[in-house]
Design a protein around this ligand. Structure first.
Ligand code: IMP
Ligand code: MG
Length: 180
């Protein structure tokens, strides 16, 4: 297993410091308004737990589960709701909490879906954005913890076939793992 992991790109300490900065910006932006954080399961559990504990903004939390990748490493472009929200988001301030934006397909689909439910606002925070997503995406993340190169990443919520989510850091997965 150790040989499956390559390079650590974001340490636990890097993430902690960066989330302090982002939490400050989010608090300044919402000015004490009530916010509904919507975590996209399962990868966003780490950033949801860490970021929410740094906010002074009053927040509620809800979760959605979407399928986009299956077990591979390529986005299929097909998004299905596996678990929908419990909360009604009408006239509420929604903050989508993502683990990673890669092609941006999942996120643009999600934003369009949530817009039909008439929230007061939709903002997006993500732990990672891949550099290629910057040019390909048609939705913008409002807060990005780290822009990282276009490699397959695991840790801090990110998985490969449900493994490695619990790593406290983000690292690259050796190519032999997902090509064999
Ligand atoms: P997108 O639709 O291509 O932006 O990516 C959707 C989902 O793919 C993300 O929410 C992740 O669950 C998964 N994903 C994309 N890139 C990676 C990666 O490098 N490691 C682990 N999961 C990834
Ligand atoms: Mg995800």
């Amino acid at each position: 297993m150790a040989g499956d992991l390559e390079e650590i790109l974001v340490t636990a300490e890097d993430m902690d410091k960066r989330l302090d900065e982002i939490a400050g910006e989010i608090d300044a932006y919402y000015q004490g308004e009530q916010v509904l954080m919507i975590g996209v399961l399962r990868g966003s559990l780490m950033i949801m737990a860490d970021l929410s504990r740094k906010l002074s903004t009053p927040v509620a939390m809800d979760w959605m589960a979407l399928s986009s990748y299956g077990s591979g490493t390529q986005s299929s472009g097909v998004v299905r709701i596996l678990k929908d929200l419990t909360e009604d988001i009408k006239v509420r301030h929604v903050l989508i909490v993502e683990d990673i934006i890669d092609s941006g397909l999942t996120l643009s689909w999600l934003v369009a879906n949530l817009e039909t439910r008439e929230p007061a606002s939709i903002k997006i925070v993500t732990a990672v954005r891949k550099s290629e997503a910057v040019c390909r995406m048609n939705v913008n993340a409002d807060w990005v913890a780290f822009d990282l190169p276009d490699a397959f990443l695991v840790g801090y919520g990110l998985d490969y076939n449900e493994k490695y989510r619990n790593l406290p850091f983000i690292c690259t997965l050796a190519e032999h793992v997902y090509t064999s």
